[in-house]
Design a protein around this ligand. Sequence first.
Ligand code: S3P
Length: 439
Amino acid sequence: MADGVLRVRPGRPLVGQLTPPGDKSISHRAVMLASLASGESRIRGWLDAGDTRATLEALEAMGVPIAVIRRAAGAADLTVQGVGLRGLHPPARPLHCRRSGTTMRLLAGLLAGQPFPSLLDGDPQLRRRPMRRVTLPLRQMGAEVQDEEGHAPLRIRGGRLQGITYAMPVASAQVKSALLLAGLYADGPTTVHQPGPSRDHTERMLAAMGVEVQVAGLTVTLYPPTAPLAPLDLTVPGDFSSAAFPLVAALLVPGSRLLLQGVNLNPTRTGLLEVLREMGAEIVERAVRQEGGEPVADLEVRPSPLRATTVAGERVVRMIDEFPIFAVAATQALGETVVRDAAELRVKEVDRIAVLVRELRKMGAAITERPDGFVVRGPTPLQGAEVDSHGDHRLAMALGVAGLLAEGETIVWRAEAIGDSYPGFVEAMQALGAGMEDS
Ligand code: S3P
């Protein structure tokens, strides 16, 4: 999708099976932690996308040998020769995080523990995102970290760190994970209090590698390891956040019948599933199992009439990446859907409240902006339109799904961003019968 145009024609049901790409959050963490392990890790079904490549290349730049075997669009098997906790080399160049907030924030934590200087930078979009939320606590742990008025580039000189107890002002898995990674290098335990239940993949993976991580409610404590980290042998489960796009499409396009296979149902990620079910969605879980230390199932989806609802509080955190596609579902739900307590959406890849409202309105949606969320009145028939993702992968896919419900053709500009998290999205939707085409 070189010039980034997605053309969508409505009307055809989505029928068949789809395996979503590997979980993005788990893929970032797997390649980072495998690099710090002592010995060879094998990671199957790793998400090979723009964001996760940024993480992989940063680790290669610090001397970690990684063999990548590409299996399909967006899927690879990795063999990582872990260099041990103290085996990374100083990078010769700045580490470029592209548009990936997870890469930058998690690497900041990792680099805070390294006895060499490093520089983290990224695309203009990433340079606009807030970084003080990681630089501040990492300084408290004793690292030298310079930001540019709270933004990237970040200049880091790590070294001996002390464990701290830190109450995060926002519920962020990226901040929590950065502090836990730094905590691997601290002289005592690191404790993080979360205001809400953010995704817990770092805790699960570190524990599987032999690190002592205690979780008590919303508080996580990591004890610095006294033994090398054990290598990983992991199959990455499918990303619920990617599955959410075909899932909502199949709920809304009449005549659809979809089976989503191998979807990660970690409860810190499935707020959208709960909310959609409360709205009336018929989604059945089949073959519930454990894969890679995470709960996984197949999801059977049928078109369902939806009722409006309110989303607020801790649930917002458990569906933080799903609001673009949730807004599309809300345009077809009966009544007024309200989203509150979601101001974090303003500091994602773009201001997801402002852009979502502006672009969905072009398609005729009755959606209004609020400081910490939005309100949608439905059901509203959508009109095909020219809309702009503003370079945000999830907005591009959500607008593409909106196009499947609209009357007439929709064109999504700057849709190449889809490759940041879901290369192969358009082909997967086409295989189900969707009228999508990229060029
Ligand atoms: C992520 C955490 C979330 C999420 C992002 C991925 C992660 O960000 O929005 O897409 O992998 O830790 P925050 O931690 O900033 O909420």
